[in-house]
Design a binder for this molecule. Structure first.
Ligand code: PLP
Length: 377
């Protein structure tokens, strides 16, 4: 047997694949049907006009060849309009936007275009597990930015010099929005440490309690030090479509486009056209989706009263497990799955992430089982 290249061997276990396998194995055992509140897979799809646009464009004869590798200019213009109208930021669509096959790809590409082998990438703890994969693929090393339960970063604990920093507000899994001043602190840190910044804005529009979406790029100096990733997956319920953007620093946008020119051959044009329809058409579905998750958040927090919970945005609730309760135990004895906090970093131990991307009745049944598991009645 020829050994796998080290590039693959140093990849961490894919957290979500492992989690899904564990839940599937538990579901196959005898007992009442399992309720999966571990998975963040949106259960609400895109609005009808977006699916219709895909169908209409797909029926044309002239859209089935290779798409322009850099993406359609109309799509770049559409995201620029969204940044102007919703986040109050002017961006140049030609030089400050790269079109991505989903923002997950951007997470990997950012490390590739910013960090030399052996470099240092600072990741939030707790944080989204795929960031670890980006570090491994780049042959870099991880340093940690500890986050308090309210999302406040402990900047003093981050290394004095680093090559890149990943940030994510609203945060998966901690479900907090950017604390006041945190983007200014990130720009300061980037300048001091010589690091590029990636702000993962995947849940940008899913904010609760009257908060307004807050883009990193609205921070003075942000564009000089980094990029923001915008995802169509959550805002428009288009997770399976694979469409996202890297927005901001033009040098990094150009580097990402260079990398993509070698690695991909564009994105199916009808998907991009439907993306234009989503970004520039009626936006009622975005508010409806946001309100749905906020309503489910309210139900979850009410059902779990007595337990420490956080959820200012995203479609997750981050909760502290009562002493003696583990995600494993909830799965085995109460047949309800949550994502174990330690999968998001060592500071996640003793916590769990519950997903609100679950139909109401199943969510209610899952919450009832959690209440039993937590001894709440
Ligand atoms: C924090 C975070 N970033 C990025 C992504 C990737 O999103 P996309 O579907 O745009 O690749 C996800 C998906 O769940 C996520 O939770």
């Amino acid at each position: 047997m020829r050994p796998e290249p080290y590039r693959l061997r140093r990849l961490p276990e894919q957290y979500f694949t492992a989690l899904l396998a564990r839940v599937a194995a538990a579901a196959a055992l005898d007992g009442e049907p399992l309720i999966d509140l571990g998975r963040g897979n949106p259960d609400v799809g895109p609005p009808a006009h977006v699916a219709a646009a895909l169908g209409e464009w797909a029926r044309r004869a002239d859209v089935h060849g290779y798409a322009p590798f850099a993406g359609l200019p109309q799509l770049k213009e559409a995201i620029a309009v969204r940044y102007r109208d919703v986040y109050g930021i002017t961006i140049d669509p030609a030089s400050e936007v790269a079109v991505l096959p989903g923002s997950k790809t951007g997470l990997m590409e950012f490390a590739q275009v910013c960090v030399e082998r052996g470099g240092t990438i600072v990741l939030p703890d707790p944080g989204y597990p795929d960031y670890q994969s980006a570090v491994a693929l780049a042959g870099a090393q991880v340093a940690t930015l500890p986050l308090a339960a309210d999302g406040t970063p402990a900047w003093d604990a981050a290394p004095r010099a680093a090559d890149a920093l990943y940030l994510n507000f609203p945060s998966n899994p901690v479900a907090v929005c950017a604390p006041d001043g945190v983007f200014a602190e990130a720009v300061d840190y980037a300048r001091r440490a010589g690091a590029w910044v990636l702000h993962d804005f995947a849940y940008g529009d899913l904010v609760f309690d009257g908060r307004r979406p807050a883009s990193f790029l609205a921070q003075e100096g942000a564009r000089e030090v980094g990029l923001e990733l915008f995802s169509m997956s959550k805002t428009y319920g288009m997770a399976g479509w694979r469409l996202g953007f890297a927005v901001g620093n033009r040098e990094l946008v150009a580097r990402i486009e260079t990398l993509q020119n070698h690695q991909f051959a564009g994105i199916f044009m009808p998907v991009q056209r439907a993306g234009v329809a989503a970004l520039t058409g009626p936006q009622e579905s975005v508010e409806a989706l946001r309100a749905t998750y906020e309503r489910r958040r309210d139900r979850a927090v009410a059902a779990l009263s007595g337990i420490e919970t956080h959820s200012e945005g995203t479609f997750f609730v981050w909760l502290r497990l009562p002493d003696g309760v583990t995600a494993e135990l909830l799965l085995e004895e109460h047949r309800v799955a949550v994502a174990p906090g330690e999968g998001f970093g060592s500071r996640g131990a003793g916590w769990a992430r519950l997903s609100l991307a679950t139909a109401d009745e199943r969510l209610d049944e899952g919450l009832e089982r959690l209440r039993r598991g937590f001894g709440l009645g």
